[in-house]
Design a protein. Structure first.
Length: 252
């Protein structure tokens, strides 16, 4: 497929306006909290696109916007801890991508809905743990994230829960999560390419949607203040809940 044909295919994608609006919200939340892109986009993206295509878009658009958010996170993150999490996740991502290639679309949409709902419920209820997780425990959390990310595009939930349920300050949680998601994007997109699930139209659509995503991210990052965290997370939860409801297979 030629470049003009691929670009035309991207511009004619169903629900393009809805996808762009969703990416603005996702960027806003990601810029502030460090997570939320897939939680917001995947339930909506799965309405208009095959789940593998939606995963390509959310992953590639994330990589295109790295310069806006990753450098600061790299300086602030616990890089050793993130390396363990992301290393385990990258190793298990191929299993998730393999599952993606034969599980039916509606089943995948239900998996997305269930995973996002459980994550949201845990976040809203403020569940916390008091212990420390090291070594094999970190690897297990990363491994689960890799499988889930490869299958549904939701790379964050296990790690988001791990950090938000712990005792770290907001800035460190945000930095660790951003860096982890960036590293896992590399592993997932490599596996998608290897299995032939990436095409030129999907890449162009990711490029187009990276523009509203970046705009939302810049605003969200500018709004980040630890003292505002409570109010903004409440807004993020409402947005995620709306995305889950609209993305349920019951509605098309």
């Amino acid at each position: 497929m030629s470049t003009p044909e691929a670009l035309a295919g991207a511009l004619s994608s169903p629900g393009l306006a809805w996808l762009a609006a969703t990416f603005i919200l996702a960027g806003l939340v990601r810029g502030f909290t460090g997570f939320g892109t897939a939680l917001i986009f995947m339930p909506v993206g799965a309405i208009f696109l095959p789940v593998p295509v939606a995963i390509v878009i959310v992953t590639v658009s994330g990589m295109l916007t790295w310069p806006l958010i990753v450098p600061r996170a790299f300086r602030q993150a616990d890089r050793r801890e993130v390396a363990v999490l992301s290393g385990a996740a990258i190793l298990t991502a191929p299993l998730g991508v393999w599952l993606l290639s034969w599980v039916e679309r509606d089943v995948l949409r239900w998996l997305v809905a269930v995973a996002t709902t459980l994550t949201l419920a845990a976040l809203v209820t403020g569940w916390r743990y008091r212990g420390q997780v090291r070594g094999a425990g970190l690897g297990a959390i990363g491994a689960v994230a890799g499988v889930l990310g490869g299958t549904t595009g939701l790379t964050g939930p296990p790690v988001i829960l791990f950090y938000l349920a712990g005792q770290l300050e907001a800035a460190r949680v945000r930095a660790n999560t951003i860096l982890f998601l960036a590293l896992l994007d590399l592993g997932i997109v490599a596996n998608l390419f290897a299995r032939g699930l990436v095409n030129a139209t999907a890449i162009w659509l990711a490029v187009l949607l990276a523009v509203p995503y970046a705009a939302g991210m810049v605003v969200g990052q500018g709004l980040f203040r630890p003292e505002r965290e409570r109010a903004f997370r409440g807004l993020a939860y409402v947005v995620i809940a709306g995305a889950i409801l609209t993305g349920l297979p019951l509605f098309g």
